[in-house]
Design a protein around this ligand. Structure first.
Ligand code: ATP
Ligand SMILES: Nc1nc2c(ncn2[C@@H]2O[C@H](COP(=O)(O)O)[C@@H](O)[C@H]2O)c(=O)[nH]1
Length: 213
C-alpha cells in the first residue's frame, strides 16, 4: 500500500500524435503502473491482443456493460464505442496504485467530473504540426485511407480541448516528450506523498510559534 492516494493519469491527443507510444514507454519505465485496458467495438489491428491492448467487444455486450454501470466513462469515437471498465480502476486506486488511461477528450472530461476527480492528472499531447500528424498516421500503416481521413477530419475537435488539461506537451522529439512526461509524473507523486507530512509539519510550526508568543 502506497503512502499517498493513487493517481489517474490521463493521456489524450488527436489520433496519431503518439499517446499509445508514450503510454508503452511509461509502462516499461514503471511496471507498477496499471494500464486501464479499454473495451472497444472497433476491430483489432494487426498485432493487437485482446485483454492487453483492448477488450474487443461486440456492440450489444458494450451496451450491457454501460447499462450495468460497469464503465467509468465511455464515448463514441470515430464511429466506434470505447470505454474504461470501472472495476480494475477502483481496485488499483483502493490499493494506492496509479492508473494510466489513453482516452479521448470526452472520456477525460467524464473521469474529471466523476467521484474520482481528486485523483486525476490529465496530460494533453499535441502534434508538432498537422502535416506531421498525417505523416504519423500514414507511416503507422495500420489504418485504411478512409479511416485516416476521418481521424484527420476529427483532429481539430480533439485539439480544441487542449486547455482543459493539467499539462500540455508538444510531442516533437519522442525522447524529450518521454522525459517530460516522466518528470511530470514524478513531481506529482512527490507532491501527493509530501502533502500529509507537510500538514503535520505546519501544525508543529504553528504550535511552536504559539509557544514562543
Ligand atoms: N515523437 C514522435 N516522432 C515521430 N514519430 C512518432 C512520435 N511519436 C509517435 N510517433 C509515431 O507516430 C505513429 C502514431 O503514434 P501512436 O500510435 O502512438 O499515436 P496515438 O496518439 O496513440 O494514435 P491513436 O489515437 O490513433 O491510437 C506511430 O507510428 C509512432 O511510432
Ligand atoms: N473515451 C474513450 N476513448 C478511448 C478509450 N480507449 C481509446 N480511446 C480513444 O479512442 C481513439 C482511437 O483509438 P484507437 O486505438 O482506435 O486508435 C483515441 O483517441 C483513444 O484515446 C476509452 O476507453 N474511452
Amino acid at each position: 500500500m502506497s503512502d499517498r492516494r493513487g493517481l489517474l493519469i490521463i493521456l489524450s491527443s488527436p489520433s496519431g500524435a503518439g499517446k499509445s507510444t508514450l503510454a508503452r514507454k511509461l509502462r516499461d519505465w514503471d511496471t507498477s503502473l496499471e494500464f486501464s485496458v479499454s473495451a472497444t467495438t472497433r476491430a483489432p489491428r494487426v498485432g493487437e491482443e485482446d485483454g492487453k491492448d483492448y477488450f474487443f467487444t461486440a456492440e450489444d455486450d458494450f451496451r450491457a456493460m454501460v447499462n450495468d454501470g460497469d464503465m467509468l466513462e465511455h464515448a463514441r469515437v470515430f464511429n466506434n464505442y470505447y470505454g474504461s471498465p470501472k472495476g480494475p480502476v477502483q481496485k488499483a486506486i483502493d490499493s494506492g496504485r496509479d492508473v494510466l488511461f489513453d482516452v479521448d477528450w470526452q472520456g477525460a472530461q467524464q473521469i474529471s467530473n466523476s467521484t474520482l476527480k481528486q485523483h486525476v492528472l490529465s496530460i494533453f499531447i499535441l502534434p508538432p504540426s498537422i502535416k506531421e500528424l498525417r505523416r504519423r498516421l500514414e507511416t503507422r500503416g495500420q489504418d485504411a485511407p478512409d479511416t485516416i481521413a476521418l481521424r484527420m477530419e476529427k483532429s481539430w475537435d480533439e485539439i480544441s480541448h487542449w486547455d482543459g488539461y493539467d499539462y500540455v506537451l508538444v510531442n516533437d522529439d519522442l525522447t524529450e516528450t518521454e522525459a517530460k512526461l516522466k518528470s511530470i509524473i514524478t513531481a506529482e507523486r512527490l507532491r501527493l506523498s509530501q502533502q500529509p507530512k507537510l500538514v503535520d509539519h505546519v501544525r508543529a510550526l504553528q504550535s511552536e510559534f504559539e509557544d514562543t508568543k
